[in-house]
Design a protein around this ligand. Structure first.
Ligand code: ARG
Length: 463
C-alpha cells in the first residue's frame, strides 16, 4: 500500500508487484546492516551535538538501533521487500519501536549519502579482512619455500624448458604478486576512506551538520569534498574490483600451474586428498577441481569489474538508481577473492612436491645450454657467436641422443677451442642454478636472502 512507504506521501496507487520486486535491493543490501546502524548512530550523535536533535531523541535512536542490530544478529528481524532496502527497513522498524524520535533520524540526510557511506565503510572493513587473507597466502608460500624450496625444476618460457631454478624462487615470484595486490588494495582503501555523510541528496543540507565529526567517528580519513561527487562517485568500487580482478589473475596463474604440475605428464606435485575430487565414472581419477575453479572464478570477477564500469559510464550527476547495481558486483568480487585466497592458503601446505620428477625434467631439455654460451662469452667469444656455437652443439646432441653433462672435453672442443675441463661442471644443473647470482636471481644464496627479506617484509607490514 502506498502509505506504507516512507516516500508514499505523494502517491495514490500502490506499487506494481513486479516494480516492487525489481526496485527492491534489500535481498542483497541487507548485508550492509552493520554499517547502516553505525552510520545512523554517528549521524544521530552528531545531530544532537549540533543541537538539531535533543540528546534524549539521539539516545533513544541509539538504543533502538542497537536493539535492531541484536535482532538482525539473532536472525529474528523480518526484512520487508515493500520497504525496498536495508536503510528503509531499519528506519521503519526503528520508528515503529521508538516513535517520533525514529522519524527524526533522517533529518539532514538522504539515502543517497547514506548508501554511499555504508558501502564505503563496508568496503574499508572488507579490504582489511582481505589484506589478512593475502598475508595468510603469502605466509603459506614462504612456509612452502622453506619446506620444499631446495628442489630444482626447469623454469619455462613458452612452456618450453628454459633454465633450471629453485622451487623456492618460483614460489617467491607469487609472493611478490600478492604483495603488489596488497599495495593496490591499500591504495583503493585510502580513496574509499572519505565520508559522503552530510552531502544529503546531492547539494548539501541547510542543517548545521559537522561532516568532519561523523567522518572521524566512523573511521574515515575526512569527508568527501564535493556533495555531488559524494553521492555520485563509485570509483572506490571500481578501483577495488580492478585490484580484485588482478589478484584473481595471480591466483588463476597459480591455479593453472597446479593443474599442469599435478598432471601425469608433469607429476611435479600431488594435491592433498582434502583438496582434490574424484570422477563419477573413471575410478582412477584425482581431479584438481579447486585450482581449476579458482582459475574459472577469475572470469566472474572480470565480469563484476565490467559490470561496474558499464553502470557508471553513461550516468549524469548525481545519484541515479542505476547505482543500486553496484552492490552485487562489488560483493561478488570481494566474496570470490576472499574464498579463493583462503582456499589456496590451505591447499598449498597440503601439496606434496616431487623433487625427483622436477630434477629429472631438468635432464631432458638442454636447460643448461645458456650456461655453455655464457661460458664461451666469458672466454672472449662474442655472445652472439657463442649462442650460435652452442646451438650447433645442442643440435648435434639431439641427433646423437646425448645430454650436455655427458659430453667429454674432446667432444666439446669439436665445437670450440675455447672449452676447457671446467665446462664439464659448468653444464650441470646444480652449477647452472648456483651461477645465477645476480640480484633477484635463482642462486641458492640469493634465494635464501630473498626468503629472509620476504619474511621480514611480511612481518613489518601492518596487518
Ligand atoms: N537502495 C538504494 C541504492 O542502493 C539506496 C539509495 C536510494 N536512493 C534513492 N534516491 N532512491 O542505491
Amino acid at each position: 500500500m502506498a502509505q506504507q512507504k516512507t516516500w508514499g506521501g505523494r502517491f495514490s496507487e500502490p506499487t506494481d508487484a513486479l516494480v516492487q520486486r525489481l526496485n527492491a535491493s534489500v535481498g542483497f543490501d541487507a548485508r550492509l546492516h552493520r554499517e547502516d546502524v553505525d552510520g545512523s548512530i554517528a549521524h544521530a550523535r552528531m545531530l544532537a551535538q549540533q543541537g538539531v536533535l535533543t540528546t534524549d531523541d539521539a539516545a533513544a535512536i541509539e538504543t533502538g538501533l542497537l536493539a535492531i542490530r541484536a535482532q538482525i544478529d539473532a536472525g529474528t528481524f523480518v526484512w520487508s521487500e515493500a520497504l525496498e532496502d536495508v536503510h528503509m527497513n531499519i528506519e521503519a522498524r526503528l520508528t515503529e519501536a521508538i516513535g517520533p524520535a525514529g522519524a527524526r533520524l533522517h533529518t539532514a540526510r538522504s539515502r543517497n549519502d547514506q548508501v554511499a557511506t555504508d558501502i564505503r565503510l563496508w568496503l574499508m572493513r572488507r579490504i582489511d579482512a582481505l589484506d589478512g587473507a593475502l598475508r595468510g597466502l603469502q605466509s603459506a608460500l614462504l612456509d612452502l619455500a622453506e619446506r620444499d624450496g631446495r628442489a630444482i625444476l626447469p623454469g619455462y618460457t613458452h612452456l618450453q624448458r628454459a633454465q633450471p631454478i629453485l622451487l623456492a624462487h618460483h614460489l617467491l615470484a607469487y609472493f611478490e604478486m600478492f604483495d603488489r595486490d596488497r599495495g593496490r588494495l591499500a591504495d583503493a582503501r585510502r580513496r574509499a576512506a572519505e565520508s559522503p555523510l552530510g552531502a544529503a541528496a546531492l547539494a548539501g543540507t541547510p542543517f548545521p551538520v559537522d561532516r568532519f565529526a561523523t567522518a572521524t567517528a566512523l573511521g574515515f580519513e575526512r569527508p568527501v569534498r564535493n556533495s555531488l561527487d559524494a553521492v555520485a562517485d563509485r570509483d572506490f568500487a571500481v578501483e577495488f574490483t580492478a585490484a580484485a580482478a588482478l589478484a584473481m589473475v595471480h591466483l588463476s596463474r597459480m591455479g593453472e600451474e597446479l593443474v599442469l604440475w599435478s598432471s601425469q605428464e608433469f607429476a611435479f606435485v600431488t594435491l592433498g586428498d582434502a583438496f582434490a575430487t574424484g570422477s563419477s565414472i573413471m575410478p582412477q581419477k584425482k581431479n584438481p577441481d579447486i585450482p581449476e575453479l579458482v582459475r574459472g572464478k577469475t572470469g566472474r570477477v572480470f565480469g563484476d569489474l565490467v559490470a561496474l564500469l558499464t553502470v557508471l559510464k553513461g550516468l549524469p550527476l548525481a545519484y541515479n538508481k542505476d547505482l543500486q547495481e553496484d552492490k552485487e558486483a562489488l560483493f561478488d568480487a570481494a566474496d570470490t577473492l576472499g574464498d579463493c585466497l583462503d582456499v589456496m592458503a590451505r591447499l598449498l601446505p597440503a601439496c606434496t612436491f616431487h623433487p625427483e620428477r622436477m630434477r629429472s625434467a631438468c635432464d631432458g631439455g638442454f636447460v643448461t645450454a645458456t650456461d655453455v654460451a655464457d661460458y664461451l662469452a666469458r672466454r672472449g667469444v662474442p655472445f652472439r657467436e657463442a649462442h650460435h656455437v652452442t646451438g650447433r652443439l645442442v643440435g648435434w646432441c639431439i641427433a646423437e641422443q646425448r645430454t650436455l653433462p655427458s659430453l667429454s672435453l674432446a667432444e666439446f672442443r669439436r665445437f670450440s677451442e675455447a672449452f676447457d675441463e671446467d665446462i664439464r661442471t659448468a653444464v650441470t644443473v646444480e652449477a647452472s642454478v648456483a651461477a645465477r647470482t645476480s640480484y633477484g636471481g635463482t642462486a641458492p644464496d640469493r634465494v635464501a636472502a630473498a626468503l629472509t627479506e620476504a619474511r621480514a617484509r611480511l612481518s613489518l607490514q601492518p596487518a
